[in-house]
Write a protein of this length. Structure first.
Length: 266
């Protein structure tokens, strides 16, 4: 059977396509329907998402646009991928839970959040944040495991994320799809450990396809974001049971990332 999958960092539903009224972060308006429209256009069988919020009511009330307190539930209902699971990685003060989600046409058989350990020593000049992996088993072809990850920004965080993922993959008793925002470019040798276990369905040999940022260099975007250089940091990996049919970056400027979409056969 064929399976259409996508991974999408939705940036909490913030709308980066506006060329006016942007704040220092590049988009003051939160409108989940825009991300939902992208997902509906692609029409995947399952979608993994990063930077998903489950807002506290008091915080959501201060935002403009279609905020939705439970963003996972909203997008599941909005897109028709009605089976869903939100995996909390962290809880921000006054804002609420934040993490990764999977929404799916297929039934969720089991689900859990697996924490990525924080580095014991935080001596790199970068932002640190506790990260997690959302793991779901879906009722597809007798059962498949889907992992949605959002790795950190520092070398020690990369290492902890990769080590945790390798352990989960090695322990899996079903075919595996691993997706998400790794914050690592294809040249990062730490990805080799993943590639020893799973196939990158967008290998470098097929051309460089950047997934971040979603805007062009001439976009009227906030000054803090203008210096970002195009790069591939979002990935889809699959175990040997899957055959790749196609894979592409869906070119759209809504979130600060663009979705990565693949058709696999199992």
């Amino acid at each position: 059977m064929k399976l259409n999958v996508m991974t999408y960092n939705i940036a909490g539903g913030r709308y980066y396509a506006r060329d006016c009224d942007v704040d220092q972060y590049g988009g003051a308006v939160v409108d989940l329907s825009k991300c939902g429209d992208v997902i509906k256009e692609i029409n995947p069988d399952l979608c993994g998402m990063n930077e998903v919020n489950l807002y506290e009511e008091t915080y959501a009330a201060r935002l403009k646009g279609t905020t939705a307190c439970d963003q996972t539930k909203f997008l599941a209902e909005y897109t028709g991928l009605e089976n869903y699971y939100f995996g909390q990685a962290i809880c921000f003060d006054n804002r609420g839970p934040y993490g990764n989600s999977v929404i799916s046409k297929a039934k969720v058989l089991s689900s859990e959040v697996i924490a990525i350990p924080d580095p014991e020593i935080k001596d790199e000049n970068g932002y640190y944040e506790t990260r997690g992996i959302t793991k779901v088993k879906l009722d597809v072809a007798g059962g498949i495991t889907v992992l949605q990850v959002h790795a950190g920004l520092n070398i020690a965080e990369y290492q902890n994320a990769v080590d945790t993922l390798c352990r989960i993959i090695d322990e899996a008793d079903t075919p595996v799809i691993l997706m998400g925002d790794f914050n690592m470019r294809p040249s990062n040798r730490l990805l080799d450990k993943i590639k020893e276990r799973l196939v990158d369905v967008t290998p470098d040999g097929e051309g460089y396809q950047h997934t971040f940022p979603s805007w062009n260099s001439d976009a009227n975007i906030a000054p803090a974001l203008r210096d970002y250089r195009p790069c591939k940091i979002d990935y889809i990996f699959a175990s040997k049971e899957f055959k790749k049919i196609s894979c592409r970056v869906h070119r759209v400027r809504v979130s600060d990332h663009m979705p990565l979409v693949a058709t696999l056969e199992i």
